[in-house]
Design a protein around this ligand. Structure first.
Ligand code: NAG
Ligand code: NAG
Ligand code: NAG
Ligand code: NAG
Ligand code: NAG
Ligand code: NAG
Ligand code: NAG
Ligand code: NAG
Ligand code: NAG
Length: 311
């Protein structure tokens, strides 16, 4: 029984995502429980959520009382008495089993649902383009079911160093344009299926870990506009990268791998760093390169063997 929650244009829900969080958490949890107990557990979860809303919102939900939510305003149930749909003014939620949660492009604020993966089934979580604050939800760390995670363009903060665990199915992760700090010390060797990792526009510090080269499926790596220092680890040369964006950091040194090993590379951003050596010797062999930005560095020499012109 796959299920999805869609929250669309939601002025009504803007005020309390914390509340919403605990609602979702309990809901996802109850949905995995026995069918019979569901109606009651769902009622509890809904009431818990209601209590945490402001008074005005609560008054809109005055019919929300008692143990059977099926007659409540905005709620519909299936034959077994399980909530299948929640429709509130200017929002639409469909709930059964938290497998997929889409909150993107709203004006939502508050924290993300802390226990969003409590049911252990969450695969798609998209909350990008909102005003969410606070940390990356704790339960994502254990969320091995995760396939796609998009939290970009919010105001999330906190240290990401221990925010993630083992995510064998994770295919796409975008945390760009938040206020995250910490280091990239994730267990990269366990991100076996990750093809894109973007964390541009945060305050990530430290060095680029060599073990990132063990995320062998990685094709898009965007670490730009952070506070990374040190050198590019040669292990990145093992990846089949199509896009590598390292611009606007404090990286230095050489490009330590034979750039020809990046023969799939289409976009390379190295601008605004402190790269200083005579690098990019083999760049002309990157036959697929269509974008290169190396401005604002300390390059002393460039080699172009072939008839290549810079964009
Ligand atoms: C909200 O309702 C509670 C209980 O009915 C009351 O104590 C509180 O003062 C109300 N708050 C506002 C801001 O009206
Ligand atoms: C749930 O509500 C939405 C929006 O009102 C509606 O389109 C959909 O058909 C409903 N689904 C069920 C299963 O009742
Ligand atoms: C729903 O949104 C429309 C337009 O944004 C607004 O006019 C209307 O008052 C809202 N309805 C409720 C119940 O919030
Ligand atoms: C993650 O799982 C471990 C072991 O199953 C458990 O001890 C820990 O509390 C869980 N952490 C979170 C944030 O759910
Ligand atoms: C990895 O991703 C591919 C598609 O990109 C998918 O077919 C495959 O099942 C995934 N593997 C795992 C372990 O999730
Ligand atoms: C982030 O957390 C890690 C591990 O807990 C810690 O070692 C590191 O100092 C923290 N980084 C920052 C910038 O707070
Ligand atoms: C770049 O390197 C020079 C010389 O090592 C150093 O003085 C400068 O602070 C570095 N700049 C940045 C932005 O790291
Ligand atoms: C190249 O990088 C510099 C420094 O980050 C930036 O100002 C400039 O806009 C970039 N150019 C392009 C075409 O992206
Ligand atoms: C560079 O261009 C010239 C003139 O178009 C051509 O004769 C030459 O073979 C080209 N060299 C390479 C390495 O492609």
């Amino acid at each position: 029984m796959a299920s999805h929650i869609f929250l669309l244009s939601t002025p009504f829900l803007v005020f309390s995502l914390l509340a919403y969080a605990s609602f979702l958490a309990s809901f996802a949890y109850s949905a995995t429980g026995a069918e019979v107990a569901n109606g009651r557990k769902e009622a509890e979860a809904l009431l818990e959520w209601k209590v945490s809303l402001d008074n005005q919102s609560q008054s809109l939900l005055s019919s929300w009382a008692g143990e059977s939510p099926c007659n409540w305003f905005g709620i519909s149930c299936d034959k077994s008495g399980s909530v299948i749909n929640i429709s509130l003014p200017n929002s639409s939620l469909r709930v059964t089993h938290l497998y997929s949660l889409h909150l993107f492009s709203n004006r939502l604020s508050g924290n993300l649902p802390r226990d969003v993966c409590l049911g252990g089934l969450l695969s798609y979580f998209a909350a990008f383009e909102n005003y969410f604050t606070g940390p990356i939800p704790k339960s994502l760390k254990n969320c091995s079911s995760l396939v796609r995670l998009r939290l970009e363009r919010n105001q999330l903060s906190g240290n990401i160093s221990e925010a993630f665990g083992t995510h064998p199915h994770l295919n796409y992760m975008d945390l760009s344009d938040n206020e995250l700090h910490g280091e990239l010390s994730l267990k990269w060797e366990q991100f076996n299926n990750l093809t894109a990792f973007k964390i541009s526009g945060n305050k990530i510090s430290g060095e680029i870990p060599a073990v990132l080269g063990k995320a062998t499926q990685l094709q898009v790596l965007d670490l730009s506009s952070n506070q990374l220092v040190g050198r590019i680890p040669k292990e990145l040369g093992n990846l089949k990268l199509i896009e590598l964006a390292l611009n606007d950091n404090r990286l230095s040194g050489d490009i330590p791998f034979d750039v020809t090993s990046l023969r799939h590379l289409e976009r390379l951003g190295l601008a605004a760093n402190n790269f200083s050596a005579t690098i990019l010797k083999q760049l002309s062999k990157c036959s697929k390169l269509i974008f290169l930005n190396i401005s604002k560095n300390r390059f002393t020499k460039l080699y172009f063997h072939q008839n290549k012109s810079l964009p």
